[in-house]
Design a protein around this ligand. Structure first.
Ligand code: NAI
Ligand code: MG
Length: 370
């Protein structure tokens, strides 16, 4: 069969790494005779925004919704304020544009996808040195289930008394029981499917009294349906300490949009580099395509130099293959990635000396050996 992949390289190193991921997909397509990729490359970027005033063209949503999956690089340019680039490209891709009070009554329109789960696996890949004591290959086997559509990233709020000494800015975090419940259920299923069957929920329900307390309540309710899953609850500040001091006590973690964003970057650093970590924005209903991207941004400080680490993008590509049901291809790619890291071929962020193309070629050589 043919999978339609929408590729959005975006900005900065997003362009360089996505190009390498496509080489990897083309290699896999030849190795497996059973499927092919029809790749639609979309130039939705800050460059396009500066030239044409928009990131996503009017017919963009139709094109995306025809695809089976979206491969995303990164967005962000020194020439465009970050809140403009995020809110005009990656955030509307992940979720519905919402209006307070109407969230779940609003039917999907042509310009909406709903990727309400963000999944971020973390593991120290073979051969990588990570900053924590007593943590090496295969350790830190964590998976973050981050709520991807609500909370502080709901886009609700505003300012009053602008440009006066008394400006007030409200950033309203919106949480709904529907949004929390579907995230919890997904997280319990993930935890149940892993050997340790252990789920840690992270909130800040001591200081934040409404949304976070609702999270706690729904967590304990759903936990009753999963007696085989061991559960515990952490406050986000204490969680950062536990990740550093007792990392092996964690397995599956479920958390809010903002907390998950921050904790998963810390987790990636603890696993060696932000350049190796993968992220999937999933629509578990499968009504619309899901999106796969590295967790890092466009890294303008190293863009155009050919030294970006492509491993996070390759890992995301493997996650995409798995979501499409091509488990054998996903496994093959993960094995190739790990053989390459174990062999010492790595980019500078991992303390290596290899460049982007050398790492990509090493992965392709490993794939072709199979
Ligand atoms: P960043 O992740 O782009 O970079 C942080 C640091 O990590 C930089 O020193 C960078 O060189 C390094 N780094 C990141 N990815 C790397 C890789 N693959 N290989 C080697 N080194 C790597 O985060 P930063 O600097 O905060 O943001 C830069 C831009 O990216 C901003 O415009 C930001 O808004 C955007 N951004 C976009 C995201 C997305 O598209 N999903 C996510 C995070 C940031
Ligand atoms: Mg982030």
């Amino acid at each position: 069969r043919t999978y339609k992949i929408a590729s959005i390289p975006g900005d900065g190193i997003g362009i360089e790494i996505t190009e390498q991921a496509i080489k990897v997909l083309r290699t896999i397509e030849v190795l497996f005779n059973s499927f092919t990729f029809d790749i639609d490359t979309l130039d939705w970027s800050s460059k396009r925004y500066l030239e044409q005033g928009e990131y996503i063209p009017a017919d963009g949503w139709q094109r995306l919704r025809k695809s089976d999956a979206i491969l995303f690089g990164a967005v962000g340019s020194p020439a465009v304020p970050d809140d403009i680039s995020l809110w005009n490209l990656i955030l509307p891709l992940r979720k519905k544009v919402i209006h307070s009070g109407l969230l779940y009554q609003t039917p999907l329109t042509a310009n909406q996808l709903t990727q309400y789960i963000n999944l971020r696996p973390i593991r120290i890949l073979p051969g990588l040195s990570a900053p924590l004591k007593n943590c090496a290959d295969g350790d830190l086997d964590w998976i973050f289930v981050r709520e991807n559509s609500e909370g502080e990233y709901s886009g609700q709020g505003g300012t009053t008394h602008d440009d006066t000494p008394n400006t007030i800015a409200n950033e309203v975090a919106v949480f709904t029981s529907v949004g929390i419940e579907r995230t919890m259920r997904f997280a319990f299923e993930v935890a149940r499917g892993r050997p340790r069957k252990k789920l840690t929920m992270v909130t800040k329900s001591n200081a934040q009294r409404y949304g976070m307390v609702l999270w706690d309540k729904i967590f304990y309710e759903i936990a009753k349906e999963y007696p085989d899953v061991e559960t515990d609850k952490m406050l986000v500040d204490a969680m950062t300490v536990r990740m550093v001091l007792k990392p092996k006590t964690l397995d599956t973690i479920v958390t809010t949009n903002l907390h998950g964003d921050i904790l998963s970057d810390l987790a990636a650093a603890l696993a060696g580099s932000i350049g190796v970590a993968a992220s999937s924005s999933l629509d578990p209903t499968r009504q619309n395509p899901s999106l796969f991207e590295p967790i890092h941004g466009s890294a303008p400080d190293i863009a155009g130099q050919g030294i970006a680490n492509p491993i996070g993008t390759f890992w995301s590509t493997a996650e995409m293959l798995r979501w499409l049901g091509e488990d054998a291809a996903a496994d093959l790619l993960m094995t190739a990635i790990q053989t390459v890291t174990a062999s010492g071929i790595k980019t500078r962020d991992l303390g290596g000396t290899n460049d982007l193309i050398e790492v990509t070629e090493a992965v392709i050589v490993e794939l072709e050996k199979s």
